[in-house]
Design a protein around this ligand. Structure first.
Ligand SMILES: Cc1ncc(C[n+]2csc(CCOP(=O)(O)OP(=O)(O)O)c2C)c(N)n1
Length: 335
């Protein structure tokens, strides 16, 4: 195979910058989530009660895919949504306020971290696995009917790829030649269930052939590999050539949710060594694209944005309990 031409320096720096912003964000949410939940972990305590699924380690998927999208393109995510929301440009303040259950949040604090809805960037996600695929199809159908070149991207986990909604969506998208890209994040685990216990298929890229669409698998959590694969798939969709599937072998750096002791994970000691961010920093330094100090500068500016968003969320009002059911269903929607 001939090696791919090197990506330009500005694109490589931007990929790193996005990954660092995501990681900085997840580290801040980790800190805030656990504050008030110690010394004994209590899921209902603290400023952010309830489950928390963080995406550290999966930044290459978000950065590589979203680099090809604009806010006019639709993106649907999963119960682990922060990385793709950030990479797609969802407002950090409103997103963080939603995670903290505040009135200034994307959904006025009614949805929480698994239910981020942002009309400004056409972003949505859900705690129900594989739920994001059918709405992505609906949006892609609308884009197609209106004669636009907008695309919809549906991100899902490899565990969710065994759900019926995944297969029905691939089938219908192919039949209707919809401008949609399916992205599967294979982080090896569906909670504590290893991939091989849930499917006999080694690569979801192979499943694409069953629906007559292209499928590729990107190995090694390689952000540039994701960038290239997504670039082709998005261009195909924009050109009216139909759907594609990309599976990325990524890494769940932390637990399934916070509070997960991960006793089922035999490889746990080696996991930090597979962190994609130090690897990419080292690669860009070796290629002369950045200097070590540049990464620190990027992190510092990410930290400023993230801490501003956290402070905004914390200082925002909590919804009045007597209005808990307001804004939960569409009110006054056009018929
Ligand atoms: C329809 C449905 N069934 C079960 C669950 C419970 N559940 C939450 S996350 C999860 C595993 C998801 O694994 P995967 O799709 O690989 O995503 P990951 O958590 O690894 O990002 C399950 C079964 C759910 N949320 N929705």
């Amino acid at each position: 195979m001939t090696p791919s031409p090197r990506l330009d320096d500005a694109t490589r720096r931007e990929l790193l910058n996005t990954m660092l912003l995501i990681r900085t964000y997840e580290e801040a949410i980790l800190r805030e989530y656990h504050a008030g939940k110690s010394p004994v972990f209590d899921i209902g305590a603290g400023l952010v009660p309830g489950e928390m699924h963080l995406s550290a380690g999966q930044e290459p998927v978000a950065a590589g895919v979203c680099a090809h999208l604009t806010p006019d393109d639709a993106l649907t995510g999963t119960h682990r949504p922060h990385h793709i929301a950030i990479a797609h440009g969802v407002d950090l303040r409103a997103m963080t306020a939603e995670i903290f259950g505040r009135e200034t949040g994307l959904g006025r604090g009614r949805g929480g971290h698994m239910h981020l809805f942002d009309p400004a960037t056409h972003f949505s996600c859900s705690g129900i696995i594989a739920e994001g695929l059918p709405p992505a199809l609906g949006q892609a159908f609308a884009f197609q009917r209106r004669g636009t070149d907008r695309v919809a991207v549906a991100v899902t986990g490899e565990g969710a790829a065994n759900q019926g909604a995944f297969h029905e969506s691939l089938n219908l998208a192919a039949v209707w030649n919809l401008p949609v890209v399916f992205v599967v994040e294979d982080n090896d685990w569906g909670i504590s269930v290893p991939r091989a216990a849930a499917t006999a298929v080694a690569s979801n890229a192979d499943r694409a052939a069953a629906y007559g669409i292209p499928g590729v698998r990107v190995e090694d959590n390689d952000v540039e590999g994701v960038y290239r694969a997504a670039g082709e798939a998005v261009a195909r969709a924009r050109a009216g050539e139909g759907p594609s599937l990309i599976e990325v072998h990524t890494l769940r750096l932390w637990g399934h949710f916070e509070g997960d002791a991960q006793g089922y994970r035999a490889d746990i000691e080696g996991v930090p060594g597979r962190d994609p961010i130090p690897t990419y920093v080292a690669k860009l330094v070796a290629d002369g694209v950045i200097e070590e100090a540049d990464a620190a500068v990027m992190r510092a500016s990410a930290s400023e944005r993230v801490e501003d968003a956290v402070a905004y969320a914390k200082s925002s009002p909590i919804p009045d309990p007597t209005h808990a059911l307001d804004y939960v269903f569409a009110e006054g929607a056009r018929s």
